[in-house]
Design a protein around this ligand. Structure first.
Ligand SMILES: [Zn+2]
Length: 152
């Protein structure tokens, strides 16, 4: 199965590739989470009560073979069996509510350290403000991480 090979190549945790479309300048992989359960953010208990899917959305990932690459995914909504809280599953490889994978965000950050925001924006065909926003977010996160222990 070609999708199985793509799943291996993609190398993101608990994720399966179920389809692939490629256009001239972009590749879209259709993916879905493989775990049967999600952890409730309220009570931290796992729940298997999947009751709805969000509309599909595109998450930008690292480019593949010189083409921009996106993952198409439908967020999953669960209802906690313990506390009845309804919640959307959080995926570890994507920052919450972001339209980029974590590894893409890190890549943008690395590029920004050696290039201007304008350069990176052109290289990745990503808007100037999006690049700047990603860079600032990563910089803040790293700063917080380095300071951990002294503050918080
Ligand atoms: Zn709960």
């Amino acid at each position: 199965m070609p999708e199985q090979n793509l799943t291996t190549l993609l190398n993101l945790p608990n994720l399966e590739v179920i389809g692939c479309e490629s256009a001239e300048d972009a590749v879209v992989l259709e993916v879905k989470p493989t775990l049967k359960v999600a952890v409730c953010p309220e009570c931290q208990r796992p729940s298997a009560s999947l009751h709805d899917y969000d509309a599909p959305r595109l998450v930008r990932d690292l480019s593949m073979f010189g083409r921009k690459s996106y993952l198409r995914i439908r967020g999953r909504r669960f209802e906690c069996e313990t506390c009845q809280n309804a919640f959307t599953e959080r995926l570890e490889w994507i920052a919450f509510d972001s339209s980029y994978t974590r590894r893409f965000e890190e890549y943008v950050f690395t590029l920004c350290r050696k290039n201007t925001v304008q350069d990176v924006s052109q290289m990745l065909e990503l808007g100037y403000e999006a690049v700047e926003g990603l860079f600032k977010r990563q910089a803040k996160k790293r700063h917080r991480h380095n300071k951990k222990g002294s503050s918080e």
